[in-house]
Design a protein around this ligand. Structure first.
Ligand code: ADP
Ligand code: MG
Length: 337
């Protein structure tokens, strides 16, 4: 039973033991239906250099690259895209079993949408992907989360490393309201212990705001308080703050549900650009949004008091046009949830 293998995260701040003793994923849910936990994939393709050539002191040519020196500082250089994979992930709050052996590969450089009715465990799964679940005192989990093939829950792996590599944007924009736009972008560096020289900070602020689709709107008000921006701008500021620590994966939990349609569209456009630089996982209840922004979808469901599972996953096009399971079809057509 999974209960024997689960780790009570409230017992320890340091990392739980290896969690790979959990039973094989169910052949019906999460495992075979979700495509099965395939072999570790080879590292993804190299990220194309983004359009964010750093200005000023980092402009190509102003740095004299030696034979091995990078042309741009590591803090802002483009990097390889990586895959994230949940392997037989189970979760509990106390004795309440909320996820059962969920396996899902979130491919490098793609947008994966997690869909399904409220309460089926989407947010819990997302929080397990960057080690936020363990902050809840009664919470426990089993399974593995592999970032580029390495389990973030492996003994000795640090929580801050997982958080830095796997960023999160929440439903409600949560910038530090009294901090300036610039300080908000840089705030994550301190929290994750990321070191960037003073000289690199200006370039990083511009790059992060550009990547978040906000630079043009705030470049003349970098010292104004973040709380003075509109809701949609604040959400993009939060995206910029998450991007500034150079995550490999960006998790977004209903990032547009508090925004108007125009701001929603701007964030969706931003995601389309970002997926070439960072692997994206988004929870959304908006089926049109899932169809617009995602490459693949996973349909979560918790039926009649049972824990959440993935009923079906696949390319977004297939999920919306030829769902394999009648429950998926009913959900994507808006017949329940
Ligand atoms: N902090 C918590 N403490 C106890 N139960 C929780 C907590 N967060 C979520 N749950 C429960 O876990 C289940 C899954 O919730 P959640 O992951 O938020 O679902 P979703 O995001 O799909 O709506 C629900 O039954 C919810 O009530
Ligand atoms: Mg949720």
């Amino acid at each position: 039973m999974p209960d024997k293998t689960r780790v009570d995260l409230s017992q320890t701040q340091e990392m739980p033991p290896v969690l790979d003793e959990s039973p094989a994923p169910s052949p019906v849910f999460g495992g075979a239906a979700a495509g099965g936990p395939g072999p570790f994939t080879a590292p993804g393709p190299l990220a194309a250099p983004g359009p964010f050539a750093p200005p000023g002191p980092f402009a190509p040519g102003s740095v004299v690259p030696g034979p091995v020196a990078p042309a741009v500082p590591p803090a802002i250089a483009p990097r390889r895209l990586v895959e994230l994979r949940g392997d037989a992930v189970s979760a509990w709050f106390g004795t309440h079993h909320v996820l059962d052996r969920v396996s899902l590969t979130m491919p490098a450089g793609q947008v994966t949408a997690l869909i399904g009715p409220s309460g089926c465990g989407k947010s819990t799964f997302l929080r397990i992907l960057n080690r936020m679940h363990e902050l809840v005192p009664s919470a426990s989990l089993a399974g593995r989360v592999l970032l580029d093939g390495v389990d973030i829950y492996e003994p000795g792996r640090r929580l801050t490393d997982a958080r830095r590599a796997i960023g999160m944007v929440f439903q409600k924009p949560n910038p530090f309201p009294a901090m300036s736009v610039r300080e908000n972008v840089l705030a994550g560096l301190r929290l994750t212990g990321t070191k960037v020289s003073a000289a690199q900070k200006a370039a990083l602020v511009e790059q992060s705001l550009t990547r978040a689709g906000l630079w043009g709107e705030v470049k003349d008000r970098l010292d104004a308080p973040g709380g003075g921006l509109s809701g949609g701008q604040q959400q993009r500021l939060c995206i910029a703050r998450a991007l500034a620590v150079r995550p490999r994966v960006l998790l977004m939990d209903e990032p547009c549900s508090a925004l108007d349609p125009t701001s929603t569209r701007v964030i969706e456009d931003t995601m389309a650009d970002l997926k070439h630089e960072v692997t994206i996982v988004i929870v959304t209840h908006n089926m049109q949004q899932a169809a617009r922004v995602s490459d693949q979808c996973a349909f979560f469901l918790a039926e009649a008091g049972t824990p959440g599972v993935i009923v079906e996953h696949g390319s977004t096009n297939a999920m919306f046009t030829h769902p394999q399971d009648p429950r998926t079809e009913a959900y994507v057509e808006g017949r329940f949830g």
